[in-house]
Ligand binder design. Structure first.
Ligand code: AGP
Length: 608
């Protein structure tokens, strides 16, 4: 996750930009840079590697100026070289960026026809070139940014510095967080309040789609349509805490809203974004092509992520997968062929049952692979290969951002397996990777329908029981929806494969039972329609989670519809987690439960 900082100061800013970037080091990065205005002109210093390299560069070649932007880059498109480091600049504008510009290739091709050519391999530089073209066409900085934001697709946080504008920075947010800091005589921008802590604790957070013109007088914030909006100013306690809630009431909400960023961050570790191809960083101690079977064990939400991946591995790689709840696996004494591969999925990396399953597999000659969020955990240490989820600490007991990161890795691994086993040709693999690259911006759009979830949560909070239904790879999402609702709202919920409804659970359906159907448009959606009709016929109230196309096909006669962005069916299970997480969250808030630390539950379950 890249880090962004901006200062409109009254004294030289280069050193302070680097100091602030140091507070963002925890986000991970592989190059860094700053840009300031020296006598009105943009000047930059950039360096590969750690901030010490940038500081040394600034010492030997100092940078003046009282306004500037800085950036720590986690390489996505193009290697971690000085030339690819941010800020990217022309003579007129410098830009720093966190996230992905999905349509940068098309935009670069268009810019090239007007003679605007990139010097780096990044997706970011297209933004600097687009703004420059608008400025060259006679627009002022604000209009040039507004016009550029309309052209770019993806998930991003952006900060702009303009030649000749000693008192103006512009910031924009869609998917990657940005905070504005209000000083006494100075103004600041940062990826989070923690970066701004030495300067100010008076913070306003940009919301999805917002962009802001920041001057020493304050900030004018507009929504995506350009309408002026007010965002509340809060007093941050970030100076004391690295992990804090930002402008969210609970860690769970913060972690749900971090997902466009955490998915991007994780994705860049497994996918070459420029090539749009899977590129695993570590050599695997096994060959997917030779595997007869993959054995997956995990608990709770990790188990459900494993279940989704079974659909992917079997469909795209024709690789048979066994998925088990670890507490069952460990005592079942399953026969395992020597030389097989066992995969363990755990946020904490300390879950006792999952660890016991791992040790059973070790004793039975399996290669051990794990997906964990805590790299120094026991499961990670005892594995032959570790696939890290790069989403930072997850504080809320209910897992959210770790789950979408686990699924992102499993999706990349299933593409790698499909290619290795000769079941995915290059074009199909490319199509699936493209779907993953486009996922963070779809997640960010899905998060903007939070209001719908809040409204529906009011109804859910009155229910005694809730049923979740899904088919195919959406079936585990129905299970996860029910698990999330149970664990934080304490409302009884069950998840079922939609086709199983008539084999028992339909007996529960009556007017008082909300039935949440997860059914984005795909090849199975019409089958789910039959199940929905079975529910309606018995007076059940359906809440349908789908996309526009799904709503047209199966949305008639339901009590409520939650419309998600249309994505490739491959990544629909990951996207569908967003509404089920938000529904559970808002229901719990309405019930007044302890959302982050629900009763009887622990974040890391180190006992049997
Ligand atoms: C998820 O919301 C739960 N809190 C729980 O099911 C969790 O996934 C399970 O305990 C496994 O934990 P782990 O991922 O740390 O192994």
């Amino acid at each position: 996750m890249c880090g962004i900082i901006g200062i409109i100061g009254v004294e030289p800013v280069a050193g302070r930009l680097v100091e602030a970037l140091k507070r963002l080091e925890y986000r991970g990065y592989d190059s860094a840079g700053v840009a300031t205005l020296e006598r009105g002109s943009i000047s930059r210093r950039r360096a590969e590697g750690k901030l010490n390299n940038l500081a040394a560069r600034l010492e030997s070649d100092p940078l003046g100026g009282t306004i500037g932007i800085g950036h720590t880059r986690w390489a996505t498109h193009g290697g971690p070289t000085e030339n690819n480091a941010h800020p990217h600049a022309t003579a007129k504008v410098a830009v720093v960026h966190n996230g992905i510009i999905e349509n940068f290739r098309e935009l670069l091709a268009d810019l090239a026809t007007d003679g605007y050519l990139p010097k780096s391999q990044t997706d970011t530089e297209v933004v600097a070139l687009l703004v420059t073209r608008e400025l060259d066409n006679g627009l002022g900085p604000e209009d040039a940014v507004a016009a550029t934001l309309k052209q770019i697709r993806g998930a991003f946080g952006l900060a702009f510095l303009f030649a000749g504008e000693e008192e103006m920075l512009i910031a924009a947010r869609k998917g990657s967080p940005l905070a504005i800091g209000f000083g006494k005589t100075e103004m600041f921008l940062g990826s989070d309040a923690f970066a701004l802590a030495p300067f100010t604790n008076s913070i306003a957070y940009l919301e999805e789609g917002d962009w802001a013109v920041v001057t020493p007088k304050g900030a004018v914030i507009r929504d995506f349509e350009g309408n002026p909006v007010e965002r509340p100013r809060t007093t941050s306690s970030a100076s004391a805490l690295l992990v804090e809630k930002g402008n969210h009431r609970h860690f769970m909400a913060k972690e749900i809203f971090e997902q466009p960023e955490t998915i991007t961050h994780t994705l860049t570790h497994y996918v070459d974004m420029a090539e749009e191809a899977v590129a695993l960083k570590d050599r695997l101690p096994f060959d997917f092509a030779e595997l007869p079977r993959l054995t997956i064990s995990a608990c709770g939400t990790g188990y459900l992520a494993g279940l989704v991946s079974k659909y992917w591995f079997e469909r795209y790689a024709r690789l048979p997968v066994d998925v088990d709840v670890a507490s069952e696996f460990r005592y079942r004494e399953p026969p395992l062929d020597r030389g097989g591969v066992a995969l363990f999925i755990s946020q904490s990396g300390e879950t006792a049952d999952t660890l016991a399953a791992l040790r059973y597999c070790a004793a039975h000659g399996q290669s051990l692979a794990s997906i964990v969020n805590v790299p120094e955990s026991t499961i990670a240490r005892e594995s032959d290969v570790v696939f890290p989820t790069l989403c930072g600490p997850e504080v809320a007991v209910a897992s959210t951002k770790a789950t979408t990161a686990q699924l992102t890795i499993l999706a990349a691994l299933s593409i790698a397996a499909g290619e290795a086993r000769g079941h995915l040709d290059r074009a199909k693999a490319h199509e699936l990777v493209r779907a993953l690259v486009e996922l963070p911006s779809a997640v960010s759009r899905a998060l903007s329908s939070e209001g719908d979830m809040e409204r529906i949560a009011k109804r859910l909070s009155k229910a005694k029981d809730v049923l979740y239904l899904g088919r195919g790879a959406l079936y585990p999402i129905a299970l996860e929806g029910a698990l999330k609702l149970k664990e934080i709202s304490y409302i009884h919920a069950e998840g079922y494969a939609a086709g199983e409804l008539k084999h028992g659970p339909i007996a529960l359906v009556d007017e008082a039972m909300p039935v949440i159907v997860v059914a984005p448009s795909d090849e199975l959606v019409e089958k789910t329609l039959s199940n929905m009709q079975e529910v309606s016929a018995r007076g059940g109230k359906i809440i349908l989670i789908t996309d526009e196309q799904g709503a047209e096909t199966v949305g008639h006669g339901v009590a409520d519809i939650i419309i998600m962005p249309k994505v490739h069916p491959f990544v629909a299970p990951i996207l569908s987690l967003i509404p089920v997480q938000l529904l559970a969250y808002h229901t719990a808030v309405m019930m007044g439960t302890d959302v982050d630390q629900p009763r009887n539950l622990a974040k890391s379950v180190t006992v049997e």
